[in-house]
Design a protein around this ligand. Structure first.
Ligand code: UDX
Length: 452
């Protein structure tokens, strides 16, 4: 645990109900937040959907309540999760979970009063339910503040994508090309609906908790604290208080650490595209060839089901494993934070989900950025153009993949990125120390909840 945890827990034992969105990238920060608030003296009840349920045995200190929407649609959609279906699933669940969630809250309130509900900002239906029950509601937004700033513009101006002029003058590194990528497909209308509802839900809340810290996102921090009209608590990065391993939905392959221990310092490319992103067979084969031809050492997470039409490694090019030999390793799911903290890691080739981006920043590891959709293009743009701790790699050929790895691992440019990464890592640590911005924000959050 970081220094911010050294404060003694408060005696006030008030109960909070936390409601995570049932995806890995959202469950991790919500359960880390639950741990942080528990250490501050609050009693925690986690309300969760009956699928992707957190592993309760890892959290004997919390009470868990499972709710079901009873629909077969949810079941079907969750068995075919990818970046596109997630959007429809979230829109769908925001309708079907209204009654079960309200019933659950009413029952909980009867047992013992709840001081405050903390729900994921994407559970936008909770706004009306909490208001009807006169329950204060704080939202957890699991993305960067910069992302929400871009989303706020998009929700006000749905056709911003067609603008000739730069619609994001105050958020300078974001380009039109990034916005096209955020909304990249025929699901654009559904995405914009979800984005707008999320922004409204956030602005109508009693407060917002962010998994970020002030010094990391200065301009976005100022814009949001000035314009959103609700208190913001930037207490992150949460995983510096409590690691995410206990909330992992898949089993993490720990044997890989033994292999990493044998590799030279800063020599290994860690490749992982998070818990939802899927790729086509051609893209996967191209990645594999790029890794094979690069001559660099690599540790590659290929999540089962992440290559469309294939269970796991069926689409690997013939002879790949022989060609690579001891130089490369493939696993199904890894202890990511531990890997990023390992001295053998030289660069993280990532899709730039916000958790992955933060985890990399906290370990001072530079990135190769291949964002897919949602907030990822925004995070990637900040990594490459604002913090300057990574390079962009979009639709790359085999040769370009190898070149990007060399740029970061071998060349002078990479050393400069590592220097800047180290400075960011120091900023994180300062922010969490007593008197630092995240430390103070956490104190403010605790006092704010107690005052509700
Ligand atoms: C999703 C969205 O895609 C992302 O853009 C948004 O910011 C959060 O929700 P996901 O794609 O899973 O999340 O990415 P990310 O935010 O990076 O979260 C992945 C989490 O899984 C990280 O905490 C990471 O440590 C963990 N992980 C990943 C593992 O534990 N093992 C792995 O092998 C890979």
């Amino acid at each position: 645990p970081a220094n911010a945890m050294s404060t003694a827990p408060r005696p006030d034992n008030r109960r909070l109900a936390l409601f995570p969105l049932p995806f890995q990238g959202h469950i991790n920060p919500m359960l880390q937040l639950a741990n942080i608030l528990h250490t501050k003296g609050f009693t925690i009840t986690i309300i969760h959907t009956d699928f992707n349920s957190p592993k309760q045995s890892n959290y004997p200190q919390f009470t868990f309540k499972s709710i079901s929407d009873g629909t077969s649609e949810t079941k079907n959609m969750k068995s075919n999760l990818n970046l596109d279906t997630t959007n429809s699933l979230v829109n769908f669940m925001n309708k079907t979970y209204i009654d079960p969630f309200r019933d659950c809250l009413v029952k909980l309130q009867e047992e013992e009063p709840i001081a405050c509900l903390i729900s994921d900002a994407l559970w936008h239906f909770t706004h009306k339910v909490a208001d009807a029950l006169h329950l204060p509601r704080i939202v957890l937004r699991t993305s960067s503040m910069s992302c929400v700033l871009v989303y706020a513009v998009l929700s006000e101006k749905r056709d911003a994508i067609n603008d000739e002029e730069n619609t994001f003058p105050d958020i300078s590194p974001i380009t039109k090309q990034d916005v096209v990528k955020i909304l990249n497909d025929n699901l654009k209308e559904g995405k914009l609906d979800l984005i707008s509802s999320m922004i409204q839900n956030t602005k109508s809340s009693s407060g917002v908790i962010w998994n970020t810290f002030k010094e990391l996102e200065g301009p976005a921090y100022s814009a949001i604290t000035q314009n959103f009209g609700v208190p913001s608590f930037t207490i992150g990065p949460f995983h510096k208080y409590f690691p995410a391993s206990s909330s992992s939905l898949l089993e993490q392959d720990r044997n890989i650490i033994t292999w990493l221990d044998l590799q030279p310092v800063r020599s290994v490319v860690y490749v992982s595209f998070g818990s939802i992103a899927q790729m086509g067979e051609a893209e996967f084969t191209n990645m594999a060839s790029g890794l094979a031809k690069s001559n660099q050492r690599f540790l590659w997470v290929v999540r089962p089901g992440s290559v469309s039409g294939s269970e796991w490694l069926q689409s690997l090019p013939e002879g790949f494993l022989d060609e690579v030999g001891e130089r490369g390793c493939i696993v199904k799911w890894a202890p990511q934070q531990e890997i990023l903290a390992h001295p053998a890691i030289g660069v993280f080739w990532t899709h730039n989900g916000w958790n992955s981006t933060l985890e990399s920043i906290c370990e001072g590891v530079p990135m190769i950025c291949s964002p897919c959709s949602y907030d990822q293009p925004i995070n990637a743009r900040y990594v490459t153009d604002f913090w300057k701790v990574g390079v962009m790699l979009d639709n790359a050929t085999e040769e370009e993949i190898g070149k990007a790895m060399k740029r970061v691992i071998v060349e002078e440019e990479g050393s400069e990125m590592r220097e800047r990464s180290k400075l960011l890592k120091e900023k994180v640590n300062l922010s969490l120390e007593e008197g630092g911005s995240a430390y103070k924000s956490l104190e403010n959050l605790v006092n704010y909840i107690l005052s509700l």
